[in-house]
Design a protein around this ligand. Structure first.
Ligand SMILES: [Zn+2]
Ligand SMILES: [Zn+2]
Length: 370
């Protein structure tokens, strides 16, 4: 058992810091001392119980830190290694074997089960009561997290480690959708609906891919300003303009080769599909409400169009996260510009700042105790 501190959700809507105990690493587990954890929309959905995750619980799934202790079966990592954490996957199923681990058949159990696969608790409160943990493979709103070796990605030690956690979810989701799933060719056009951290990552990736026309659509003028700085060649503010009219005007009436939906709103997904030219492809990334459904115009869809759902950017985290760090180093993926730092004790404030649009990507840092 390791004494630690975590932000615990006991009732929907609030995080409260409390002392906890984390189990010692078993066979393929590693204990990581967290130095930073990004706040992602999915954390807020679970906090509010729109996404079911048993309470009381420790959330946080964009963590980075230093390996403190490893289980007996761990081969790739050693204490002292710097790691970025990502989602969990089994490694054995047909999807994992095919490098499509975002679609692992054991995804729900490993990322949303709250306990180990054998049912044992990973963390307990001061009274010895179990806390749900390993949320999306992590539970990194804490000083320490107990994760599987497979979803801890070793990274170089000469980068600011506290910055790197968001690469494990939102950044790889947006960038991976473009680079791994859509794979646009040089000179092609793409429209990104939603300019939060996922959409802005998609915009940076579209520039890396060499897209000539990169259209950012949002209702927040501040975010659109950042989108333009990061590579959007056209921004559309839906408070003042109709997105489809503006996209057609910018593409000689044809529509875009690719579109990316990052908002989770059915009406926006419909627009993302309608913005495509013949044979265009739309990637749907936004997580919607449980009952959300979308309507499509069937006959317009017949023009060779593809609508494709994408989770975690189709990425193989062990390869894609180091790639994103390389792009960050050479200045083509400047995701640090989206980040605001908070202390772990300010997690409720960080959540409010993200909800209001004041912060694009909040990273919380635990107190640097031992
Ligand atoms: Zn699997
Ligand atoms: Zn996330």
């Amino acid at each position: 058992m390791r004494a630690a501190t975590a932000a615990v959700v006991r009732r929907p809507g609030a995080f409260d810091l409390e002392p906890i105990e984390i189990d010692a690493p078993r066979q393929h587990e590693v204990l990581v001392r967290i130095v930073g954890c990004g706040l992602c929309h999915t954390d807020l959905s679970a906090r509010d119980q729109d996404l079911p995750f048993k309470l009381p619980a420790i959330l946080g799934h964009e963590g980075s830190g230093i390996v403190e202790q490893v289980g007996a079966g761990v081969t790739r990592l050693r204490p002292g290694d710097a790691v970025v954490l990502s989602y969990a996957y089994c490694g054995d199923c047909e999807y994992c074997q095919d490098d499509r681990m975002a679609y692992c058949t054991r995804n729900a159990r490993l990322n949303f089960g709250g306990v180990r696969v054998d049912g044992s608790a990973l963390a307990r409160d001061r009274q010895g009561q179990p806390l749900s943990a390993r949320f999306i493979g992590q539970s990194a709103f804490a000083t320490h997290a107990l994760v599987l070796e497979s979803n801890a990605i070793r990274v170089p030690t000469d980068v600011p480690l506290e910055l790197m956690g968001p690469l494990g979810c939102s950044m790889q989701t947006g960038a991976g959708a473009v680079i791994n799933a859509l794979k646009p060719g040089r000179g092609e056009s793409i429209a990104i609906f939603g300019a939060g951290s996922v959409g802005l990552s998609a915009i940076m990736a579209a520039r890396i891919a060499g897209c000539a026309t990169i259209i950012a659509i949002d209702k927040n003028a501040g975010r659109l300003g950042i989108a333009a700085e990061l590579g959007a060649t056209l921004t559309i503010n839906t408070q003042v303009e109709d997105a489809l009219v503006a996209i057609r005007a910018a593409t000689k009436g044809r529509g875009v080769h690719y579109s990316v939906e990052c908002t989770g709103a059915p009406a926006v997904l419909r627009q993302a599909v309608d913005s495509l030219r013949a044979c265009g492809v739309c990637a749907s990334l936004g997580v919607a409400g449980h009952q959300a459904e979308v309507q499509l115009h069937m006959n317009r869809f017949l023009f060779g169009k593809t609508l494709r759902g994408v989770t975690e950017g189709d990425s193989v985290p062990q390869r894609f996260i180091p790639q994103l760090i390389d792009w960050w180093r050479d200045g083509t993926f400047p995701f640090d510009r989206l980040v605001s730092y908070f202390s772990l004790a300010q997690l409720n404030e960080a959540a409010a700042a993200c909800a209001s649009g004041l912060a694009i990507k909040a990273i919380v840092q635990p107190p640097h105790t031992s």
